[in-house]
Design a protein around this ligand. Structure first.
Ligand SMILES: [Zn+2]
Length: 343
């Protein structure tokens, strides 16, 4: 990351947007400030790398907001570019209220505790051997284990002050911030809907130009137990259902964590749904009378990719296959310890 501090500040209606570059393919991360009376609510906590923190605090200073004026920080999900400054924010403002979904909290608490590392490794291996059955080779599997085990070590756990669940409502002064649990990109992902103004803070759930990656997740027993009635394998179903929930709210503006602010939410939501419908069709066409492993299908759709992207492509295809399977539209078959799907 370069040395100079760089940020862009924009005011969009009642929201202040701070844009800061990141050294990955998403290019930049936005965080948002919503002013309610004398308090500021911060949406997401950015990235704790390079000059990101310095740029963020310089931007705050520029707009005349002290970290002490931040009453709440609401975290959309557990990825590195959304949780980075939790510790620094708390240090600069011990009374800030950090809020996140129960799953985000449980997952971060579990995976960042060194005592759990062997358990995290075990769960990662379990998941990877599943992926090998879906078509990855052993070598790719090993690289994915290494990839998965890197992330927890780069994160630090800070206990949140407020644990959120679906449909919770944070009442700040007279403003209602409604919590919509939106599993898909991350299991504990949430969007926040500010009723009065019709603002939706969407994190990575809805972006303006790309459809977010739908994931496969490593979870622990405490999540598994509490959410035992939820079939997280069929993650695309959760994703599409929560898109529909947001569509019904008819938000006026969507403020995402990357790319552009969305002024035509319904159109964008419809386009994302259409994208997934198209992919569901394409995938079932490819395997008509022609059994293939999810990994083979992903190679047809995305071509040959490096190990991480091939994992992302595989998990994306798998989410679609499991969705189709739940509707009885595809069947799985097992042969030589590999799993094939066919229509
Ligand atoms: Zn992100």
């Amino acid at each position: 990351m370069e040395d100079k501090l760089s940020y862009e500040i924009s005011e969009i209606e009642d929201v202040i947007q701070i844009k800061i570059d990141v050294p990955f393919d998403v290019k930049f991360v936005y965080v948002y400030l919503l002013k309610i009376k004398e308090e500021y609510i911060l949406f997401d906590a950015g990235l704790n790398m390079g000059n990101w923190p310095k740029s963020f605090f310089a931007a705050l200073k520029r707009i005349g907001v002290s970290p002490k004026n931040l009453s709440h920080c609401i975290i959309s999900h557990n990825h590195m570019d959304h949780i980075g400054l939790i510790g620094k924010l708390r240090r600069k403002n011990p009374s800030i209220q950090i809020a996140m979904h129960d799953i985000t909290n449980k997952k971060m608490k579990w995976e960042t505790n060194p005592e759990n590392f062997s358990k995290v490794k075990e769960e990662t291996k379990k998941l990877t051997s599943q992926l090998i059955r879906y078509g990855l080779n052993e070598e790719q599997g090993k690289r994915i284990i290494r990839y998965f085990l890197t992330w927890p070590k780069m994160k630090k756990y800070y206990k949140p002050d407020i644990i959120l669940e679906n449909n919770d409502c944070l009442l700040i002064r007279n403003d209602k911030l409604n919590v919509i649990w939106t599993p898909g990109h991350a299991l504990g992902h949430i969007c926040i809907y500010e009723e009065k103004r019709g603002y939706l803070f969407s994190g990575d759930h809805i972006l303006s130009r790309i459809t977010p990656h739908i994931g496969i997740f490593i979870i622990n027993d405490s999540i598994r137990e509490k959410y035992k009635d939820f079939d997280f394998e069929n993650i695309l179903k959760f994703y599409l259902n929560s898109l529909e929930e947001i569509r019904k709210l008819n938000p006026k503006i969507i403020f995402p964590a990357h790319q552009e602010v969305i002024y035509d939410p319904i159109e964008r939501i419809n386009a994302i749904k259409k994208h997934h419908e198209k992919r569901l069709h394409e995938i079932s066409d490819v395997i008509k009378g022609n059994p293939m492993t999810p990994y083979e299908i992903s190679k047809i759709h995305f071509g040959e990719l490096d190990e991480i992207n091939s994992f992302l492509a595989l998990s994306e295809v798998l989410a679609h296959l499991i969705y189709l399977e739940s509707q009885g539209k595809v069947q799985r078959k097992e042969k030589n310890q590999k799993i094939f799907f066919i229509t």
